[in-house]
Design a binder for this molecule. Structure first.
Ligand code: PMP
Length: 393
């Protein structure tokens, strides 16, 4: 029965990693990744995580199943982080949160849930978007369309195009928005532009699904979460997926959550019962360890302070790399000032596919679209990268 099955297409980003791993050049550099590296080129193990694990090891617990919706302390802490502890949607018990298997798991639970109750709606994602968005919603059975987003000419957002597309969407359409640190472009909306987007989404009767995979990597934890809070205040249905893969450097522990905002506490209880059904039929209940680590950090004041400091350190280092990138290319006569304005881990550098291929010949790996991971630059590799880019320009 398997003989007629075709080979699935390769994941473009994992393909870069494979080519990178096969490269024998010891000076090779991988800017194609979606991971934060420290200045030594290592994925950090945060001190707040280590300290939380010490606390957990000191009080060993049996590994029973978690509830379907996950660890209660985790769900509560996530809700407060995402919506703000004093949020009306929390006080009015209108928000429900389920622990999820990373941000990807949260998106998948959200997509399956929406398909059940809005089977005829279509989904709109930004052009371009994280490449898994389309695949995830298509695999849940949705037709997925693009809305205008990136403007290659300005290296920023084509806001007029985006707004026009939002206004043309049929009522009930599901619109996926990056809450902060847009992946892959690094181009975010301004606060004033978000005001217009929220108004268009509300007036158009659209269902906003905010994906927040990089809270704390933009301007700060609260600043990056502000968009979620503004949508929650606007009323109407809202879904929010969030991830701790990057902000806690807990990639492999798969810690994320899906939150849904309802019109009333009574509606929220019904939504929760249905979310649990989706989880139950996907993987029954989430894993314990990562959720416990994150909940411990978020609810222990010293550890929370440590996390906020460590996250600020990552955010500042990325900004320093953006600045160095711009200044060093400027010194070679190339204007990349837009990289300074972009935000988060990624930058659409404007390098063409041909230029990316030329870089690869110098053992520097980036995505064909020109996306580079700024968080993979460090004080030791940046000059090599700048020289190589100057050579291909
Ligand atoms: N959304 C976006 C925009 C992302 O960039 C990512 C991760 N690269 C995810 C969701 C998924 O996060 P996770 O790795 O926690 O599944």
């Amino acid at each position: 029965m398997f003989s007629a099955i075709d080979m699935a297409p390769r994941d473009p980003i994992l393909g870069i990693t494979e080519a990178f791993n096969a490269d024998q050049n010891p000076a090779k550099i991988n800017l194609g990744v979606g991971v934060y590296y420290d200045d030594n080129g290592k994925v950090p193990l945060l001190s707040c995580v280590q300290k939380a694990e010490e606390i957990l090891i000191a009080a060993p617990a049996p590994r029973t199943y978690l509830p379907i919706e996950g660890l209660a302390a985790y769900d509560k802490a996530v809700q407060e982080l995402v919506f703000g502890a004093d949020s009306a949607v929390i006080q009015e018990k209108r928000a429900v949160t389920v622990q999820a298997i990373g941000g990807t798991g949260a998106l998948k639970i959200g997509a399956d849930f929406l398909k059940r109750f809005a089977p005829d709606a279509e989904v709109y994602i930004s052009d371009p978007s994280w490449e898994n968005h389309r695949a995830l919603f298509e695999s849940a059975g949705f037709k997925v369309n693009n809305y205008a987003y990136f403007d290659a000419a300005t290296h920023g957002v084509n806001f007029a195009g985006m707004l026009a597309d939002l206004k043309a969407m049929p009522r009930g359409s599901i619109v996926l928005l990056h809450a902060c640190c847009h992946n892959p472009t690094g181009a975010d909306l301004t606060s004033a532009q978000w005001t217009e987007v929220i108004a268009a989404v509300t007036a158009g009767g659209l269902v906003p699904f905010l994906d927040m995979a990089y809270q704390g990597f933009g301007a700060g934890i609260d600043e990056d979460g502000a968009v979620v809070r503004r949508f929650a205040d606007a009323g109407g249905p809202l879904l929010v997926s969030n991830s701790f893969s990057k902000s806690f450097s807990l990639y492999g522990e798969r810690v994320g959550a899906l939150s849904v905002v309802a019109a009333s506490g009574e509606e929220a209880a019904r939504l929760m019962s249905q979310l649990k059904r989706v989880v139950r039929t996907n993987y029954s209940n989430p894993p314990v360890h990562g959720g416990k680590v994150v909940a411990t950090v978020l609810t222990t004041p010293e550890l929370r302070k440590l996390w906020e400091d460590e996250l600020a350190g990552m955010r500042v280092r990325i900004k320093e790399m953006r600045e160095a990138f711009v200044v060093k290319l400027q010194a070679k006569g190339h204007d990349f000032a837009f990289v300074r304005d972009q935000i988060g881990m990624f930058s659409y550098s404007g390098l063409s596919k041909a230029q990316v291929e030329e870089l690869r010949a110098q053992s520097i790996y980036a995505v064909d679209t020109g996306r580079i991971c700024v968080a993979a630059l460090n004080s030791r590799n940046i000059d090599i990268v700048i020289d190589a880019i100057a050579k291909v320009l």
